[in-house]
Design a protein around this ligand. Structure first.
Ligand code: AMP
Ligand code: MG
Length: 344
């Protein structure tokens, strides 16, 4: 199959992409978070093709991408008032809400759950494709399952060229980490995955919010993840990643003591001079966490190389967008974290 590369600005792009979606095909779509691998979310056969292309476990449900709350009303019941307030404040944007699913949504889409995830993305071309296709678009991150997410059309082609009908090239993603997921079927609401909408922003609407354990720690084999995807290996390059916490100086001392040829250091741009001899790769500025979230997955994909033996990674502190970066890096590192201060 030849994969079409459609420009987001070409006049025909939305129409061509919507036609592919309507006929059961796959289109990779740009969003402000990451590129999604889109298909008709109401067609079991189309959604099956997403699972196949990604190698995604069948119990890991999809997010349905919609144009707004009118479309959510056709997909969900018992929608609480706060869902409307959240949508008013944060849509289009990087927020996914879990709500009770109506019966016509295929179990393939919901991973067999009675709830469904919905989000309205902040990409004009992608909203146009949703509107023209006339269906909610199921779109998980377009990476092969387990690998770092796709934040450019080139990442998508690297993973899927020749296996999907089209990708819309909308440039590099602005947020760079996947959407915040909040479960509104429980009281208080539960944060299942941190993202571009921060816990403080959610609390400003919801009052209280609890945080699912899978956000900050590895679940044991017998624990059930509330977001099924959270129990799987995620975002990881081929080699082991270790996060080195602590002050800049303590972390540098620890890394220099352990570094061996073939290892890489994933650090902040401000730290590059400290690691001149350690093959460093910067993923953004510590002083501007937005650059870290935008750059993280491209960096992890670059480190996904058999020549790399081990990655020492620096992780930002903080509870806003930094919280989402911490979550993704911890998962990429399978929660292997050392504190440079304690290892002196
Ligand atoms: P991805 O699209 O690859 O970013 O993954 C979507 C995430 O949403 C996965 O972690 C899923 O487990 C989660 N998700 C989707 N639907 C539901 C749902 N109904 N309840 C809880 N989590 C969900
Ligand atoms: Mg994903």
């Amino acid at each position: 199959m030849k994969t079409l590369v459609l420009s987001e600005n070409a006049p025909d792009t939305a129409r061509v992409a919507a036609q592919i979606i309507r006929s059961g095909g796959l289109v990779a779509l740009p969003t402000e978070t990451v590129y999604g691998l889109g298909a008709d979310g109401l067609s079991e056969a189309a959604v099956d093709r997403i699972y196949e292309a990604k190698g995604r476990p069948k119990d890991n449900p999809m997010i349905l991408h919609v144009t707004g709350m009118e479309q959510v009303e056709a997909l969900c019941h018992h929608i609480p008032r706060c869902a409307y307030t959240l949508a008013e404040k944060f849509w289009p944007g990087p927020l996914t809400m879990i709500l009770p699913a109506k019966d016509h949504i295929p179990k393939r889409t919901t991973g067999g759950l009675s709830t469904v995830a919905v989000r309205c993305p902040d990409s004009a071309i992608t909203r146009q494709v949703i509107a023209l296709s006339g269906v909610p678009i199921a779109a998980p991150s377009a990476n092969l399952s387990g690998k770092p997410s796709t934040t450019t059309a080139q990442h998508v082609l690297h993973d899927h060229d020749g296996h999907i009908e089209a990708v819309i090239d909308g440039g590099a993603c602005r947020v760079g980490v996947e959407s915040t997921i909040v479960d509104l079927t429980q009281e208080p609401a539960i944060l299942l995955r941190p993202g571009g909408i921060t816990p403080a922003q959610l609390r400003s609407v919801l009052g209280s919010l609890t945080v699912d354990k899978a956000v900050t720690a590895e679940l044991s084999a017998d624990e059930v993840a509330k977001a099924p995807g959270m129990k799987y290996k995620h975002y990881a390059p081929q080699c082991q990643v270790v996060i080195v916490d602590g002050s800049r100086e303590a972390a540098a001392r620890y890394i220099h003591r352990h570094y061996q040829k073939g290892d890489r250091v994933l650090c902040f741009e401000e730290e590059l001079p400290l690691y001149r001899d350690c093959d460093p790769l910067s993923y953004g500025l510590e002083a501007d966490v937005q650059t870290l979230s935008a750059g993280l997955f491209a960096a992890l994909r670059e480190l996904d190389d058999p020549a790399v033996h081990m990655v020492y990674a620096r992780c930002p502190v903080g509870d806003g967008v930094a919280y989402a970066v911490q979550n993704r890096l911890k998962k990429a590192a399978a929660f292997q974290i050392v504190n440079g201060e304690e290892q002196l």
